[in-house]
Ligand binder design. Structure first.
Ligand code: Z5A
Length: 218
């Protein structure tokens, strides 16, 4: 179970992220959300983490390479996710927010809190503090966590036939901890994070997400 963090959170307006275990439907929902916002005339920058810039994509391939399974130290993993994030903030997020765009992130700092803090059992306060060092004020004003039973999200991944990367090949218990990590984010930051039941139709989930985002930007 997650502990309550010693924290203050600085966030940026017009910055949103979608989070959840793999197969929770983030990419599907990102597509629908971006399209709906652009149809309403909003200009959006969409990013995915880790990645989104040349340097961050190189870090991504290091992080997800299955040949490092069992080799990469947990703290190396933690620092690499933060390094990729520091780069994408400077190169992409800051300029987009300065240009009044809406930033939509497929994963961001709460992935690190859930996967490294809970999945890998690293000290949660330390993971949080490091995120604050990496991001400063560049944290999303609202994070939508797509919450789903781990067995159901696994079924979706199997159905899709995706070859598992280094993290995706972790045991189910790892993803159970990650799910608890996301629940802890919502408990710690109810103003900045919300759970949406991801075991519903794509259209129902989309409507809920769009309503949440529009309530912050219109
Ligand atoms: N990671 C980390 O450890 N620490 C960090 O700080 C960060 C990341 C930033 C990145 O993987 C890995 O890095 C990730 C966490 C870790 N790994 N793990 N494990 P990624 O970017 O390659 O993949 P992902 O982010 O996990 O996304 P994904 O696997 O592509 O899943 P998704 O985007 O959430 O789901 P999807 O592609 O939209 O949908 C999956 C399938 O379900 C697909 O066939 C859909 O058609 C289907 N689907 C979607 N919605 C529904 C509904 N509503 N009903 C039924 N079926 C659905």
């Amino acid at each position: 179970m997650g502990k309550m963090l010693n924290k203050t959170l600085q966030t940026r307006k017009h910055f949103f992220s979608l989070e959840g275990v793999d197969g929770s439907g983030k990419t599907t929902q990102m597509d629908l959300l971006q399209k709906a916002l652009e149809e309403k005339g909003f200009s959006c920058l969409r990013i995915r983490e880790p990645g989104g810039s040349e340097i961050s994509e190189k870090i991504r391939s290091l992080l997800l390479d299955p040949c490092f399974k069992g080799l990469m130290a947990d703290k190396t993993e933690l620092l690499l996710y933060n390094a990729a994030r520091a780069q994408i903030i400077e190169e992409c997020i800051k300029p987009a927010l300065d240009a009044q765009k809406i930033v939509l992130a497929d994963r961001f700092a709460w992935s690190t809190y859930a996967y490294q803090g809970f999945g890998r059992n690293l000290d949660q306060q330390m993971v949080f503090d490091l995120s604050v060092i990496t991001c400063g004020e560049f944290l999303p004003e609202l994070t939508i966590v797509l919450d789903i039973d781990v067995s159901k999200s696994r079924e979706r991944m199997v159905k899709e036939g995706k070859v598992p990367d280094r993290l995706e090949s972790e045991a189910a218990s790892f993803f159970e901890r990650v799910r608890q990590g996301y629940i802890s984010v919502v408990e710690n930051f109810p103003q900045n994070a919300v759970l949406v039941n991801a075991d519903q139709s794509e259209e129902t989930i989309h409507k809920q997400i769009l309503e949440l985002i529009l309530s912050r930007i219109e």
